[in-house]
Design a protein around this ligand. Structure first.
Ligand code: SAM
Length: 264
């Protein structure tokens, strides 16, 4: 299934709007004014989550016509729109779209190239196959949503494109950060304000089904987890692994102790 942006629905790509540079005052408002875009179930004001420095870094990376997507909606949506990105936003809250629309109308920021997809990202993103230059993952922060968001769009991010992940200190988000930081296909470019990580895609993962999982550094043997086993069983596994290691070193002639006549 292909999910199309507003620019692609009629087979044409809309010309990007003239980018607007957000003033420092506007960046401050977008990042810190509680309730500007986000409200709780009782209508109480919630803070946006993105910080000033992080929002500026994200904004600076976007250029007109870039094909971008974010999960979650708010100040970042305004930044993508202001920079003239051909942008898709995924949020379950129609009220957030309404607030962003009101805000952009007041500030003279065009939303012509922005497509609001109202729904949960785990449903909306299924089948996404349109190439992307940049993605921001800042939607549901509960496990396993950050991974789900990444999973559905990672293949569509072009080599050289960016994946931004906000709130990396939160455990459900940190697991994604940890995974990306370890894999050869992703390069950590920067962490802004101790919370927003920027990764560059440097390669597509090798196609190696069904043993693709073995190629992920995340699943390296040295990282296998045995902590759920009784201590005796764990000790046995460590002994077995040590013996296999010794045999392999001998077979490959890499056992220096033996070659130099040392005792084992
Ligand atoms: C931390 S806020 C996003 C902040 C936004 N980037 C900004 O700059 O204001 C989290 C966002 O995730 C959205 N969200 C929550 N559950 C979601 C889901 N299942 N799918 C997509 N978005 C979701 C919320 O509605 C909210 O917009």
């Amino acid at each position: 299934m292909s999910i199309q942006s507003p620019s692609a629905q009629d087979g044409r790509r809309m010309p990007p709007t003239t980018p607007v540079e957000l003033s420092d005052a506007l960046i401050r408002e977008l990042s810190s004014a509680p309730g500007l875009f986000h409200r709780g179930s009782e209508g109480e004001a919630l803070s946006g989550g993105i910080t000033e420095v992080a929002l500026r870094a994200l904004e600076n990376s976007v250029s007109p016509g870039m094909r971008t997507l974010e999960t979650g909606c708010g100040g970042t949506t305004v930044a993508f729109a202001a920079r003239g990105a051909v942008h898709t936003v995924v949020t379950p809250a129609k009220s957030e779209e309404d607030r962003v629309r009101r805000f952009c109308a007041e500030q003279g920021i065009s939303l012509d190239t922005v497509d609001f997809r109202i729904g949960s990202s785990d449903v909306v993103l299924v089948g996404w196959d349109e190439p992307l230059d940049a993605v921001l993952i800042d939607g549901a922060h509960r496990f396993p949503f950050p991974m789900i968001d990444w999973h559905y769009v990672a293949g569509a991010v072009r080599v050289g494109g960016d994946v931004w992940v906000d709130d990396i200190a939160i455990p459900a988000v940190y697991r994604l950060f940890e995974f990306l930081r370890g894999e050869a296909e992703w390069q950590l470019v920067a962490i802004h304000d101790d919370k927003l990580a920027r990764f560059k895609k440097v390669a597509n993962p090798p196609e190696a089904y069904p043993l693709d999982w073995e190629l992920q550094r995340y699943n390296d043997r040295s990282k296998w987890v045995y902590s759920y086993m009784p201590l005796g069983r764990r000790a046995q596994i460590w002994r077995d692994r040590a013996m296999i290691g010794t045999r392999l070193r001998r077979l490959t002639g890499k056992d220096n102790r033996r070659r130099s006549g040392g005792s084992i």
